[in-house]
Design a protein around this ligand. Structure first.
Ligand code: TXA
Ligand code: MG
Length: 332
């Protein structure tokens, strides 16, 4: 299959509409990462998402909508906190797990009684969903286990020959996936951290917020149990005594004959001036935006990554989650 990359245009949306109608998949930009979309009502189409990505069959997909009123076509919104979340945070980088109504295909939700719903704030994403005329289920548009794609080029790297169309909306602004939440017993449970942080919910909703949900009364995001976001080369994440530990590890790896690279903040760049390094950003918001893109770049030129965990900013949990998974638990 030839993979076309088209900039957003009336023609591109028309091509996308035809592909979705023919039960095919289309990659599209969102404010978080690129998605691999298919008609949420078609088992046949949704199965192709799992095939093309190599995704585990028990990991449900997020359903994307263009308008708030469309959510209630597939899900029940009964709780006041759920209503407030939709009102305040959508469109935006959040997916709310709601009770499912009949109609959605089983493959999208892996037979669960719930469905994760999301309205992207990215205009191209919403125009795409509007033009295809059905809710679109979409995971991130990477091969399973690889870093999520934040540019059309990253999608092409993983999906060339596997899908017919990538809509190129430029770089994603946020760079890591949406915050996944579930409301239960009057509390907000964070199933996957993202741009909307626990503190944001505490400040704006005045309810108890539960983080790091492992297992309790609420369903944990099935996807969180799999290894994820891994570059092709070994990676370490340094959380404690960062300057000293990074320098020591780097020197040791050089002695071992490795070709390491340091990912660091703007502030600490001066300490690594004579070593291979890439600046992720001034704070964890910028670092999150650049992380996946940089992982895909440095794996081509080096054989080991040493990443500094950047504390400052209000995306700490999101960055920690993605970096620690990308490092497969190699945390120092
Ligand atoms: O920002 C995003 O969320 C991106 C863009 C494309 O929208 N999408 C994305 O999808 O990250 P994916 O498939 O890579 O991650 C979906 C996560 C998984 O961890 C999955 O287990 C969880 O959401 N999830 C989906 N449906 C769920 C449900 N009913 N209950 C609990 N977790 C659910
Ligand atoms: Mg993903």
């Amino acid at each position: 299959m030839k993979t076309k990359i088209l900039k957003p245009s009336r023609k591109a949306y028309k091509v996308a509409k035809n592909l979705i109608k023919n039960e095919e998949v289309v990659a599209f930009p969102t404010e978080t990462v690129y998605g691999l979309g298919a008609n949420a009502f078609s088992d046949n189409a949704v199965k192709k998402i799992y095939e093309r990505k190599g995704r585990e069959q028990d990991n449900p997909l997020i359903v994307h909508f263009a308008r708030k009123k469309d959510i209630t076509k597939v899900a029940v919104v009964k709780d006041n906190i759920e209503k407030q979340l939709i009102k305040k945070c959508m469109p935006g980088p959040i997916s709310i797990v709601l009770d499912k109504k009949p109609g959605l295909c089983q493959t999208a939700t892996c037979g669960l009684e719930t469905v994760a719903c999301r309205i992207p704030s990215n205009r191209v994403a919403r125009s795409f969903i509007c033009s295809v005329g059905v809710p679109v289920c979409a995971p991130s548009a990477n091969l399973s286990k690889r870093p999520s794609p934040t540019t059309a080029k990253d999608v092409f790297e993983d999906m060339n020959g596997k899908i017919a169309l990538i809509i190129d909306g430029g770089d994603c602004n946020i760079g890591i996936e949406s915050t996944v939440v579930r409301v239960a017993d009057g509390k907000i449970y964070i199933l996957r951290p993202g741009r909307y942080s626990a503190d944001y919910f505490r400040k704006n909703f005045n309810v108890e917020v539960v983080e790091n949900v492992k297992s309790s009364g609420v369903p944990v995001s099935p996807g969180t149990k799999y290894s994820h976001y891994c570059p092709k080369i070994e990676m370490f994440m340094v959380v404690h005594n960062t300057l000293e530990n990074i320098n020591n590890l780097y020197d040791l790896k050089i002695l071992e004959g490795k070709n390491p690279v340091i990912l660091c903040s703007q502030t600490s760049e001066k300490f690594f001036a004579h070593k291979n390094h890439v600046v992720l950003g001034k704070d964890n918001i910028e670092a999150s935006k650049n992380l996946f893109k940089v992982l895909r770049e440095v794996e081509k030129n080096y054989d080991l990554i040493i990443a500094e965990f950047i504390e400052n900013g209000d995306m700490k949990e999101g960055l920690f989650n993605r970096m620690s998974k990308a490092s497969s638990g190699n945390i120092i």
